[in-house]
Design a protein around this ligand. Structure first.
Ligand code: BMA
Length: 842
């Protein structure tokens, strides 16, 4: 086996022109043009509109190269393209060699007879994806996502690259993944299937290898597993000259189990399968294996049917978010940035990400990080919000894509689920697709998602569950968004305009999408909008907002909760608070009801360009208020307050619901406090509460010892302050609730008796001290009066604080840690530290 990478400096040109320009491979036309200053950065201002022509043209790439002698000496040489985006025709030394039309497939062509030992020339001509989908859409109009260039479903290309309600219309073109020559003699490993069977305290790992061979020779097959502490175990087999498969087993005693984040460590076993002929290595396959059992438990119960991921026998509450591609131009995402995003998810106690069906099957490095950080992956097949073609060639194309991606990812410890698509069953059920003219499309949907894909999954990856669609109740076209079975997308908050407390009336079995938008950090906005545009309804701010009327929605919700801000920066801050509060209210509700609900994945973790969106990490990876809130509301031990009963709420009349909610608060305050324990050990501690004025005068206080059994949520106390809170004082009073263990405060929350906009807040007089502590600084903050949503920032350095946007009641101290930016002193931190709270916004 000999490999020769073809990465590096290529040339490219617009088709039918003469000017060849330098190109970077892997890469894309847009990023190549950008590097040459031929187009402006599409993410700045409205430059997106000025670069539309790029994807409307055809482009050509070429490389001249010498083949390494040892590659050329092999019996067979293949050109392997891990990703061509998308409509590509290839020629090698003038011979037409192949055609590609699916960016999610790996293409492999036998080029043994086409290569020479002199100069070779490889050319790849890419057709415009936009021209293609437009032409196909004219022949056969298909339902496409409303904010996309119509016709996207005609092409197997990331749907969101044609535009989405958070993404620009910038479909890239080019060689977007690895490209190389692979030379083999005698035989190669076509694929390897690793499976694990757990019995008692032993795991049998089996490797089944499928072999492509060109010679009738005896071959040696070896499976070698190295444990995290370096112990090596091996199994060997001799394959007779006609054998095309071979299976090997290794028994691992006392296995070190792989756990999701916060449940235990993520030990990985180095695993290697090699194919030999005599002493000669013919091929090898390497990966990292995490040993664990996985089950999606669906059992009838008093609420319907459960939907719970069970890892190593432990029913997990899935906590996380939805993942979209990290850049409109995927080849721009650096390893460091990708790791920052996944690490941020883990730091916020997430244990699951859903790779959403409008994006991509991600790179190996994404799943490597998920394996390492203990992030389970809910993997959608890449279909979203559309009606797709029904011809056989489309089905054949998808079958190859599905098999390849299943085989590529099935050994992953992190991979938890294959899911058919995003919101398409919902489309058939609720969005008016079920028209008589569309019946053949509905039948094709049924065939694809209820037969073909589950059958391929069962055959290629029998150890992993398949789910037909998100959302679905697994009843095929019946109530896909049911709260009794399966997963739900809860869009009554935001899309339907209902108040945040509506989440409490939606007892999902597994909430796989729900969310609220906000603006990104000012430093992020600065990269795309001039100061003259720093206004919610300016042209550029609306250009960087893709959800119709999204900015207006933020403003409307803002007026429900907060006073109008006095400047743009405060508007950003308030938009982020709204987002954090909305999602917190949903998640806390579902976590309190963990006997019924088994997961909450908010929409969405990240962004693909700088924009106002549902993301908690913006395009540059900056933590919005929601990301910090997630670190609190996803903590394994959660103290939460429920201050309203859903039964009394008019969820179908949002305005009335909010009025009721406020009226209720004016005539007292009823609150229940709950401890949710997601851990596998019982947890004991103390809950302390205090009804107090904004200045910190205690009206009533209390304390409860609490023991929360493993994997449970308990109601700690029911508090009724009908006597203490009245129309006369409710704007000056708040309930503070704290969780303590071993003299340490673990969390603190506040329920103000009036909506924030009506609270009688005044300057809390925040005071800070800074102390150096090795590689970090510790900031201590105190407040004289209740400070809502204390916000810290360091001018001149992007840092992730240990906590941010938190409440600080009168007389309490908060301690926040920040990693020391290189060369910074305590004085430097003090000078650059910005501290604000809600009163600074109006
Ligand atoms: C969900 C997603 C996306 C969309 C988001 C916000 O339903 O599946 O289609 O971006 O809503 O509208």
């Amino acid at each position: 086996m000999n490999l020769q990478s073809l990465h590096g400096l290529w040339q490219f040109r617009q088709a039918e022109t003469d000017e060849w320009l330098p190109a970077q491979v892997p890469g894309s036309v847009h990023t190549d043009l950008l590097a040459l200053d031929r187009i402006p950065e599409p993410f700045i201002a409205d430059n997106e509109l000025r670069v539309q022509w790029v994807a409307e043209r055809d482009w050509e790439y070429r490389l001249t190269f010498q083949v390494f002698p040892d590659v050329l000496a092999e019996e067979r040489v293949f050109l392997v393209c891990d990703g061509l985006d998308t409509l590509a025709d290839l020629t090698l030394n003038g011979h037409s060699m192949g055609h590609a039309e699916n960016m999610f497939r790996r293409y492999r062509w036998d080029v043994t007879t086409l290569l020479t030992d002199e100069e070779n020339e490889l050319r790849i001509r890419f057709r415009s994806p936009v021209a293609y989908i437009q032409a196909r859409q004219e022949e056969q109009p298909l339902v496409s996502p409303s904010l996309s260039i119509p016709g996207g479903p005609h092409l197997r290309k990331a749907p969101c690259q044609f535009g989405w309600d958070w993404g620009p219309q910038l479909p890239p073109i080019g060689i977007w993944r690895g490209i190389r020559l692979e030379g083999y003699s005698t035989a190669r490993l076509e694929n390897v299937h690793l499976r694990q069977v757990h019995t008692g305290n032993r795991v049998k790992v089996s490797a089944r290898a499928t072999i492509e061979r060109w010679q009738d020779a005896d071959l040696g097959l070896t499976l070698r597993i190295t444990s995290p502490d370096g112990q090596v175990q091996e199994a060997k087999a001799l394959l007779k000259s006609d054998a095309t498969t071979g299976t090997l087993d290794v028994e691992i005693a006392a296995p070190q189990l792989w756990w999701p984040n916060d449940y235990g460590p993520q030990p990985l076993y180095e695993t290697e399968v090699t194919l030999h002929q005599g002493e000669k290595l013919r091929d090898r396959y390497d990966c990292h294996l995490g040993l664990r059992t996985l089950e999606l438990r669906q059992e009838p119960d008093e609420f319907g049917t459960s939907f719970t991921f069970v890892i190593n026998g432990v029913p997990i509450f899935a906590k996380g978010a939805n993942w979209i591609p990290a850049d409109s131009f995927p080849t721009r995402t650096s390893d460091t940035h990708l790791e920052h995003l996944i690490r941020s998810a883990a730091q916020a106690h997430m244990n699951m990400l859903r790779v959403w069906g409008g994006g991509l099957y991600e790179d190996e490095r994404f799943y490597d990080l998920c394996d390492v950080y203990g992030i389970l992956v809910w993997q959608d097949f890449i279909f979203s919000c559309s009606i797709y073609p029904i011809d056989e060639s489309f089905f054949d194309n998808v079958c190859v894509e599905a098999v390849e991606n299943i085989r590529r990812l099935r050994h992953r410890a992190s991979l938890a689920l294959w899911c058919g698509n995003n919101e398409m069953e919902w489309g058939w059920d609720t969005w008016g697709w079920d028209d008589p003219d569309y019946q053949p499309f509905k039948q094709a949907y049924d065939r694809m998602f209820h037969h073909l894909l589950p059958e391929l999954c069962a055959e290629e990856d029998p150890d992993r569950p398949y789910w037909p669609s998100s959302p679905s109740s697994n009843a095929f076209f019946k109530e896909p968004n049911s709260v009794q079975a399966g997963d739900t997308h809860n869009w009554m908050v935001w899309h339907e305009g209902e108040p945040f407390i509506s989440y409490r009336a939606h007892d999902s079995r597994f909430a796989s999408e729900f969310g609220f938008q906000s603006l990104p950090a000012l430093d992020t906005i600065r990269t795309y909008a001039d100061e003259s545009e720093w206004n919610m309804t300016s042209y550029i701010m609306e250009h960087h907002q893709r959800n119709t009327a999204g900015n207006g929605k933020i403003v409307t919700y803002l007026t429900d909760h907060f006073r109008l801000p006095h400047d743009f920066e405060s508007l950003i801050y308030l938009s982020q608070l709204l987002q954090a509060e909305a999602v917190r209210i949903g998640v806390e509700h579902w976590r309190r009801n963990r006997h019924r609900t088994s997961g909450a994945l908010y929409w969405q973790l990240n962004d693909c360009w700088p924009v106002a969106s549902w993301a908690s990490l913006d395009y540059f990876g900056r933590w919005k208020a929601l990301q910090y809130a997630a670190r609190r509301f996803y903590a394994p031990i959660l103290l939460s307050a429920e201050d309203w009963t859903p039964a009394a709420m008019h969820i179908h009349d949002p305005t009335q619901a909010l009025k009721n909610y406020q009226a209720h608060r004016e005539s007292g305050l009823q609150v229940t406090l709950h401890v949710t324990n997601d851990l596998t050990d019982q947890w004991s501690g103390i809950v302390r509460w205090s009804l107090e004025t904004l200045e910190g005068q205690r009206i009533e206080t209390g304390e409860e010892a609490v023991t929360a059994p493993a994997l449970s949520s308990v109601c700690v106390c029911e508090l009724d302050f009908a006597e203490q809170v009245s129309a006369g004082n409710y704007r000056q009073v708040a309930l503070v609730y704290e969780l303590w263990q071993d003299d340490e405060r673990i969390s603190l929350g506040v329920v103000p008796c009036a909506p924030d906009k009506h609270l009688a807040l005044t300057d809390p007089q925040l005071r800070c001290t800074v102390r150096e502590n090795g590689a970090s600084f510790e900031i201590e903050i105190t407040a004289q009066r209740l400070a809502r949503f204390v916000w810290l920032a360091l001018e001149g350095a992007d840092v992730v604080f240990s906590d941010n946007y938190f409440d600080l009641p009168a007389g309490r101290t908060a301690s926040v840690i920040l990693p020391a930016p290189e060369g910074w002193t305590t004085e430097h931190v003090l000078e650059s530290l910005q501290v604000r709270s809600l009163t600074d916004s109006f």
